[in-house]
Design a protein around this ligand. Structure first.
Ligand code: PLP
Length: 428
């Protein structure tokens, strides 16, 4: 193993002694810090308190307090059609969660089929789904719950490995789709390159009912003024007559209130009409009161941009702090690499093979809860046991500083321990 940038065995031993003592000190502090999920902090949530506005007239056009308007109110469609660059007829506004819409979409595939084929996926001998890794754990657990076979696709700074994707989808009609978090991906924070978007939009697939689950959860979540630019996949797919394959999702969960925001999808008119018809059995309509409150609070793309700048003011320093501590503590040893996203909610940290679980466990024993190692992979199995997802938004700056220092010390203890063939034991 060539870690610690050519440090001799004795120097690594000395370092191990020092960081083991440091670890013992942290363990004596009875910490209780949780960085497991990418949740906004209280200050971010407070930004949207103005949304709950008792003076709104909910019966202005038609009475939004009553049943009806299955696919969402016009006011909110107007705002988000502009953000998503789609027509209002291509949109469906749902309830409080885009994840719920994703689950329903795949269930529809299973029960009623996708596109014109209308052959329910459940009639196939197996359903397979492509999963760029590392990725979002809840996407993978939906697939697992529905019994899909998940196929790992490598990700790099441009997005999924398209050679791998094209080779697989061109041959296997049982591959029914791919998950994509195209902007500020969860957890790597990368944005798909134009070439990747073009290839996804145009590629030939053996399945005529192949779909792209385009989860654009972080589409307006820039941390800095110069945000990443994502190519318009829907416009690209239309050039090739393949717009039925694109199902875009987003929500205001990380714009206003997670769990009390608005989820939505956009797809071809043909799909949208079919989904609406199928949705008609599920509900008479979603929460239009919340939809109108959102439309009043965020009346335009400009208003959303301005609102997101306030989020960035709160969480930008947290991302910078994590990067700074990782740099100070780890860079000189060459034992970790991490992403430096321009937006989104996560930093993805890669350690030497076989270290991630041990580090996450050591942090947990010290009172610092991280996302489980392996969670960013299908079946919770990181083949290299090397990836850790850092979610810097929720803790305060002080808590975050302490948590990342504990993480760095754990990494040094575990990696040095492996180089020396030693296992750390508290108090030993
Ligand atoms: N998609 C991604 C990529 C996410 O990271 C999250 C939440 O962390 C969600 C979807 C959940 O979205 P919603 O709250 O709209 O269900």
């Amino acid at each position: 193993m060539e870690f610690f940038k050519g440090m001799g065995q004795d120097a690594v031993k000395d370092l191990y002694e020092v960081v083991s003592h440091e670890m013992e000190k942290y363990q004596a502090m009875n910490l209780e810090l949780n960085m497991a999920r990418g949740k906004p902090c209280k200050e971010q949530i407070d930004l949207s308190d103005g949304l709950i506005d008792g003076s709104i007239d909910f019966a202005i056009k038609s009475d939004y307090r009553n049943y009806g308007i299955l696919d969402g109110i016009d006011e909110l469609k107007t705002v988000f059609a502009d953000v998503l660059k789609v027509e209002k007829e291509e949109m469906i506004i749902g309830g409080n969660s885009s994840l719920n819409l994703m689950y329903d979409t795949l269930m529809r595939g299973m029960m009623f089929g996708m596109s014109d084929s209308r052959r329910p996926w459940i009639k196939e001998e197996r359903v397979k789904f492509l999963c760029p890794v590392p990725g979002y754990d809840r996407h993978f657990s939906i697939c697992e719950a529905l019994g899909f076979e998940m196929i790992n696709i490598n990700m790099d700074e441009n997005g999924p490995d398209m050679d791998q994707v094209e080779a697989l989808v061109s041959k296997d009609p049982l591959i029914k789709g791919i998950w994509c978090v195209p902007k500020y991906s969860n957890p790597t924070g990368i944005t798909y390159s134009d070439e990747v978007v073009k290839r996804l939009a145009s590629m030939k697939t053996a399945a005529n009912d192949f779909i792209i689950m385009w989860d654009n959860a972080y589409l307006v979540h820039d941390l800095y003024e110069e945000g990443d630019q994502l190519m318009d996949v829907f416009a690209e797919s239309k050039k090739h007559g393949r717009e039925d394959r694109i199902i875009m999702f987003t929500s205001t969960s990380k714009i206003t209130f997670p769990g009390a925001g608005v989820g939505m999808l956009a797809t071809s008119k043909r799909n949208a009409n079919r989904f609406k018809q199928q949705m008609g059995y599920q509900t008479i309509g979603h929460n239009k009161i919340n939809q109108l409150m959102h439309a009043r609070f965020l009346p335009s793309t400009e208003a959303i941009k301005h609102h997101m700048e306030k989020h960035a003011e709160i969480i930008g320093p947290k991302f910078k702090l994590v990067d700074q501590i990782l740099n100070e503590e780890l860079d000189k040893y060459g034992i970790a690499t991490w992403t430096k996203p321009n937006g989104g909610y996560f930093i993805s940290l890669d350690l030497p093979q076989g270290c991630a679980k041990e580090v996450v466990n050591m942090c947990s024993e010290t009172g610092v809860t991280l996302t489980d190692a392996g969670a960013t992979y299908p079946y919770r199995m990181d083949p290299k046991d090397s990836n850790i997802r850092i979610a810097p938004t929720f803790p305060s700056i002080e808590e975050l500083e302490l948590a990342i220092k504990v993480l760095c010390t754990s990494i040094k203890v575990v990696v040095a321990g492996k180089v020396l063939g030693q296992t750390y034991q508290a108090g030993a």
